[in-house]
Write a protein that binds this ligand. Structure first.
Ligand code: ZN
Length: 406
């Protein structure tokens, strides 16, 4: 009998333990599911604004970005999946397209965006102001705005600023790698004091004044330190850096130093954090160059063996891609750049400028535009409130758009 009671007690004890375990498991599973649902719900409810995307350069060369592409990092389908509400599309051509060409190409690229919107009116609509963007977003469509990348696109003509404004340009990145009236971060880093001029020329200041007058945001990503100083001294409107990272975390000439971030915030502007690993991770470019050096002979021989057929690239991709994937920085590093900026100047002056389709590689977990919700998830994990996350993911950018482009 005693034996029977001992067994019964054991069974009750075991059942209780299992119950407790089951309850604990159920509790954690529910908590995890709720957290998952929470970040998705918060991301969906946020107005997500990406300040910089280069996919038009692919569209202008014939890629149909209205459908999901296996190549590249963004298209209308992936914008939808990533919850993008307002996309600033970059209008860019390299500086080799000089006078007589650059302005023409800017218009051709804008034509491509217009055609995309006309052919897909239920998905995407061109906007020129924050008010228009809000209306389009309320109608569950993507709002498409235009940013022209590089002052060389105006071919040193003030009237071309007006022409591009009429076509929808709502920000212009003053300088890409070079022009005649503003020095870039690349030029200032490489040539420093030997440059014939540093910063804005008087014509450059006129460009800033005209942009102020028309209501076009001035983008200082790619600009040299002296240019940024001159712009901030000249502009009477908030100044933005659409796709730049933090120099203190990754000392790259394209990144912004603390005093530059403070100065931009003081104008009421915004810094859109770029997703490019080379700007996020100070060790990335060294690792990438090492891989390139190691694999170049093998890659060259594959290309030589498969001259004239399409096999070479797929062989190269399948053999070497895993090595390049392994050096992608963790997503947490992108969050570090956002976090650093918030700690430096406050929650109101940081956003995102993905540079999707302008860069070859992205941080881990952020494979393309459809993955944007993971940023919301990570910000929440770091302790950011729902309203803070909404500011970072788009609210701040929309505020500046509203303030400058009337
Ligand atoms: Zn750029």
């Amino acid at each position: 009998m005693q034996e029977f009671f001992r067994s019964l007690k054991y069974i009750i004890c075991l059942t209780n333990m299992m119950k407790t375990r089951f309850l604990l498991l159920a509790f954690f599973t529910t908590a995890l599911c709720t957290a998952q649902e929470d970040y998705r719900r918060i991301h969906e409810n946020a107005i997500v604004v990406d300040g910089h995307n280069d996919v038009l350069i692919r569209a202008v060369r014939g890629r149909d970005i209205s459908m999901r592409n296996s190549l590249g990092q963004s298209d209308l389908v992936r914008f939808r999946e990533g919850g993008v509400d307002l996309q600033f599309f970059s209008v860019w051509m390299g500086t080799e397209y000089g006078k007589g060409q650059a302005f023409h190409y800017a218009n051709v690229i804008i034509d491509t965006l217009e055609a995309l919107c006309r052919r897909n009116p239920s998905l995407i609509v061109r906007v020129n102001s924050a008010a228009e963007a809000r209306r389009v977003i309320a109608g569950k469509k993507i709002a498409a705005a235009i940013g022209v990348e590089g002052g060389h696109m105006i071919e040193d003509r003030i009237d071309y600023i007006d022409s591009l404004y009429v076509r929808g340009m709502r920000y212009m990145t003053l300088v890409w790698n070079s022009n005649h009236w503003a020095t870039s971060s690349l030029e200032e880093a490489e040539h420093g004091d030997s440059l014939p001029h540093k910063g804005l020329t008087e014509f450059g200041r006129d460009v800033v004044r005209r942009m102020n007058k028309l209501g076009i945001m001035i983008d200082v990503s790619h600009a040299g330190e002296q240019t940024v100083r001159d712009v901030i001294q000249t502009s009477i409107a908030p100044v933005i850096a659409t796709h730049s990272c933090v120099y203190a975390l990754a000392p790259h000439y394209r990144n912004l130093k603390d005093d530059q971030i403070r100065a931009i915030a003081k104008t009421g502007g915004i810094v859109g954090i770029n997703f490019y690993p080379g700007f996020l991770d100070s060790s990335y470019e060294r690792k990438s160059k090492e891989l390139h050096r190691t694999f170049k002979p093998a890659i060259d021989s594959i290309r030589a063996a498969h001259r004239g057929d399409h096999l070479a690239q797929s062989i190269i991709d399948s053999v070497f891609r895993p090595y390049y994937t392994a050096i992608r920085p963790p997503l947490s590093l992108l969050i570090d750049h956002i976090d650093y900026t918030v700690k430096l100047v406050g929650i109101d002056f940081v956003g995102i400028g993905s540079d999707f389709d302008g860069i070859e590689i992205l941080p881990q977990e952020l494979d393309d535009a459809s993955c944007l919700p993971v940023i919301t998830r990570e910000l929440l994990k770091r302790g950011y409130s729902e309203s803070d996350v909404k500011k970072i993911m788009g609210g701040n950018f929309l505020r500046v758009f509203e303030a400058v482009c009337r």
